[in-house]
Design a protein around this ligand. Structure first.
Ligand code: DAH
Length: 315
């Protein structure tokens, strides 16, 4: 019987033999029924035989099942050359990508990120920035007035005021945020982004400012060498004020940012003594910078969020 079991190779045959042995009319079943007629030793021997046989069946069953499984696996051929269905992968929006890059660079220079509200009060958006009510510099920016004394933030410079009010000096911060102005053409959108940097400490000079701007632009645009042109300019909140042009890859000069030494009135408005502390600030267009970096023609598309445009632009 034992050899017989070992020689069976299919589950069906094994099942048949099992039934013939342990089934209602099975040989073992019949013998077990007669057990009462046996003496103790013979009973024990029969019990043992019964148990061993059952185990043998079980073992053989597992062996056959494994063999069937292995044979099946060997027959199955996995065709790894089949083309997978195309998958739509999302990517970060160019504004987000540039936000991350800009933040990483400025933070590596020791600037701490700060934010502020997009609905801003007159004090933070204008007055504290040395632009009181009557100041002609208010005309430099076409403002969305909200009618309750608040405005849609026209410049992230408001963030430097909020930060200095909170931290006092010394402070080294940057803010990135959305800003709003009543203007619209290929290089101006009513909703756009700005980046503001500020460093107030003792003995800070214009060359610290230009050094940081140079290092920042070099890193952001991944250029080995950059040429800058520094032009005198005017902003109410800086004195002296400058504008910075960058010589672009096509040889043209691009106006990149405004900057300057923070006006003593601005420091005073934030409770900082200008005889003790001074520093610089700079501000530039976040969308504009991203547009240049990714070589995209129209600023307005950036915030349109047309997925076809984003795809065609390689995002
Ligand atoms: N806020 C200015 C603008 O919107 C940009 C700017 C210029 C920011 C000079 C500054 C700065 O911090 O020092 O045009």
């Amino acid at each position: 019987m034992q050899d017989q079991i070992k020689n069976i190779n299919t589950l069906e045959e094994l099942q048949a033999l099992y039934t013939a042995t342990f089934g209602k009319n099975g040989t073992m079943t019949a013998r077990l029924k007669e057990m009462k007629n046996l003496d103790n030793d013979a009973r024990a021997a029969l019990n043992m035989e019964n148990q061993n046989l059952r185990e043998l069946f079980k073992t053989r069953q597992t062996e056959i099942e494994n063999a069937v499984l292995m044979a099946g696996l060997q027959k199955q051929k996995l065709d790894v050359s089949l083309n997978a269905a195309p998958e739509n992968r999302g990517t970060l929006h160019p504004m987000t990508q540039s936000l991350i890059e800009i933040s990483e660079i400025l933070e590596s220079f020791g600037y701490t990120p700060y934010t502020g509200p997009e609905i801003e009060d007159d004090w933070h958006n204008f007055t504290a920035l040395n632009t009181p009510d009557y100041h002609p510099a208010r005309d430099m920016q076409d403002t969305f007035f909200l009618g309750n004394g608040n405005v849609m933030r026209t410049q992230t410079s408001a963030i430097q005021i909020r930060t200095m009010e909170k931290t006092g000096a010394p402070v080294k911060m940057f803010g990135i945020g959305t800003t709003y102005r009543k203007e619209m053409d290929a290089t101006h959108a009513p909703m756009f982004g700005q980046i503001e940097g500020l460093y107030i400490n003792k003995n800070i000079t214009m060359s610290d400012l230009i050094g940081d701007i140079r290092a920042f632009l070099k890193r952001f645009f991944e250029m080995d060498d950059i040429q800058l042109r520094i032009r005198p300019s005017y902003f109410p909140f800086t004195d002296p004020s400058i504008e910075v042009d960058l010589k672009w890859k096509n040889g043209r000069w691009l106006e990149i940012m405004g900057a300057g030494m923070v006006h003593p009135n601005v420091l005073r408005n934030c409770g900082i003594n200008p005889d003790e502390y001074q520093g610089f600030a700079f501000g530039f267009g976040w969308d504009r910078l991203a547009m240049l970096k990714y070589d995209l023609p129209d600023l307005r598309d950036f915030r349109g969020n047309d997925i076809r445009w984003l795809k065609s632009a390689g995002f």
